[in-house]
Design a protein around this ligand. Structure first.
Ligand code: UD1
Ligand code: MG
Length: 450
């Protein structure tokens, strides 16, 4: 598509957000807003991306995007035109065309921008603008045309006198510019009534040259975020788009509106998401899983054919065929091998359960390793914290931990060993032995021959 460079403007004050968090870093569907245009430009094959940041947000934005992009600092928020000007020394002459996006319009679609870039490379075009017609122009820039339909200017809300609820054609805030033309004209933009130099003034500066409006088919994708009400609207729009795409790729949702799926989640075919379920962060759900009702899963990997009922998973890993819940909590580092069954009111943290292990009832497993097919009884607790250090518990394969056993770590229950109900185990239980009492004494099983 010819040579392109990208610029993302994110140096505004974001005053209307009333937030100590930079606007570009507010998440939409679990992903910071600024990452949407960055990923879109990358998807279009544009490698040279400059993000305009402010002295206030440069550290946070830089920490998020690292060196996948370049940065230019706009010393003062003197408007979108002034913001783009900051990229001149990095970009002028580097590419034939420039694609400019804002850090606060995360819904713009790949196909739309692709179509814009194709229209822009027609001979004579110096500026292309993403536009659409809306029932109320509200706080957006309004596109004005002459009788022949040529764009003559964009009028900003601050400069308008008429009713913001009147219908009109609006500027979606995505632009293509011819490289030499934009740098030649940016500096001559006159400030608006509030002292800002509007990038949108370039539409009038191009009189006699070709400025084209590329029409979006979907008003929703042009929504920007200037305040928290718009943040909620954008979030809701993207959530329904995400659900729609997953349903079309083979995921069942009985009540889609009650299911929240973040942008970076991946879901296998024939998964069933029951009402009031949230899949957050970088979560992967395998094929044919049943999740919910009422499950919250964040940054976790769930294998195929698992069932997670009314439970919470955070940074947990489930191999295939695992069942969890209702009402259990898997915290960071919980790793459940194939076919593990965790029932109700269990809490598991930083622990690995071998395949086929069972923890059917309430209890706490922390900093532990559990062998295959071990059975952990109701009320079992790993006493992993002595007030200063976290200590590990090892429960080997085929062990049977009796109800209400307290395993005082560091401690090990050997292969095939068992503990009696209510045992307080303070020393290792050798393989094949039984531990009973408080503190537990080590015995042979009654069935063992002396
Ligand atoms: C802008 C457009 C408007 C358009 C709307 C689409 C201008 C003047 N107006 O209005 O025509 O309909 O977006 O959503 O461009 N920024 C800077 N430096 C600044 C000011 C802003 O980098 O000095 C950045 C902001 O961080 C933001 C973007 O530019 O990411 C747009 O600024 P914003 O204040 O949100 O403009 P809008 O009022 O939404
Ligand atoms: Mg905006």
């Amino acid at each position: 598509m010819g040579q392109w460079a990208g610029v993302i403007l994110a140096a505004g004050t974001g005053t209307r957000m009333k937030s100590s968090v930079p606007k570009a870093l507010h998440p939409v569907c679990g992903k910071e807003m600024i990452r949407y245009p960055v990923e879109l430009l990358r998807q279009l094959g544009i490698d040279q991306i400059t993000v305009i940041v402010s002295p206030d947000n440069s550290r946070d934005v830089g920490a998020l995007l690292g060196n996948e992009v370049e940065y230019a600092v706009q010393a003062e928020p003197l408007g979108t035109g002034d913001a783009l000007l900051q990229a001149r020394e990095y970009l002028a002459g580097k590419a034939d065309n420039l694609l400019v996006m804002y850090g606060d319009t995360p819904l713009v679609r790949y196909d739309t921008v692709k179509q814009m870039t194709a229209a822009h490379v027609n001979p004579g075009v110096v500026m292309s603008i993403l536009v659409t017609s809306v029932p109320a122009v509200n706080d957006l820039g309004q596109v004005l045309r002459d009788q022949s339909g040529r764009i003559t200017s964009i009028v900003e809300a601050a400069e308008r006198e008429h009713d913001p609820h009147s219908p009109g054609e609006i500027n979606g805030g995505v632009y293509c510019f011819s490289d030499s033309w934009v740098w030649d004209n940016l500096e001559s933009i006159a400030p608006g009534s509030n002292g800002e130099r509007y990038l949108t003034s370039l539409a009038a500066a191009a009189a006699g040259q070709d400025v084209i409006g590329v029409e979006s088919q979907d008003i929703g994708e042009l929504r920007g975020v200037n305040n928290r009400v718009q943040l909620a609207q954008v979030e809701s729009e993207l959530r329904s788009r995400i659900r729609h795409e997953w349903m079309l790729s083979g995921v069942t949702m009985a009540d889609p509106d009650s299911v929240f799926i973040d942008a970076d989640v991946s879901i296998g075919q024939d998964a069933v998401l029951l009402p009031n379920t949230m899949l957050l962060g970088k979560t992967t759900i395998g094929t044919a899983c049943e999740v919910g009702p009422g499950s919250v899963i964040r940054d976790s990997f769930v294998g195929a054919q698992c069932r997670v009922t009314a439970s919470m998973l955070e940074e947990a890993t489930l191999e295939d065929g695992v069942h969890v819940g209702p009402f259990s909590h898997l915290r960071p580092g919980a790793y459940l091998g194939a076919g593990v069954h965790v029932g109700n009111f269990a809490e598991i943290k930083e622990s690995r359960l071998g395949s086929g292990a069972v923890m059917g009832h309430f209890g706490y497993l922390g900093d532990a390793s559990v062998g295959a097919n071990a059975n952990l009884g109701a009320g079992m607790v790993t006493c992993n914290y002595d007030g200063q250090n976290k200590n590990r518990t090892v429960i080997e394969a085929d062990a049977f931990v009796g109800c209400d056993t307290m395993l005082v770590a560091p401690v090990k229950v050997g292969v095939g060993a068992a503990t009696g109900a209510g045992a307080v185990v303070t020393s290792d239980v050798p393989p094949g032995r039984l531990a009973i009492g408080v503190p537990a004494k080590i015995r042979r099983f009654e069935t063992d021959a002396d």
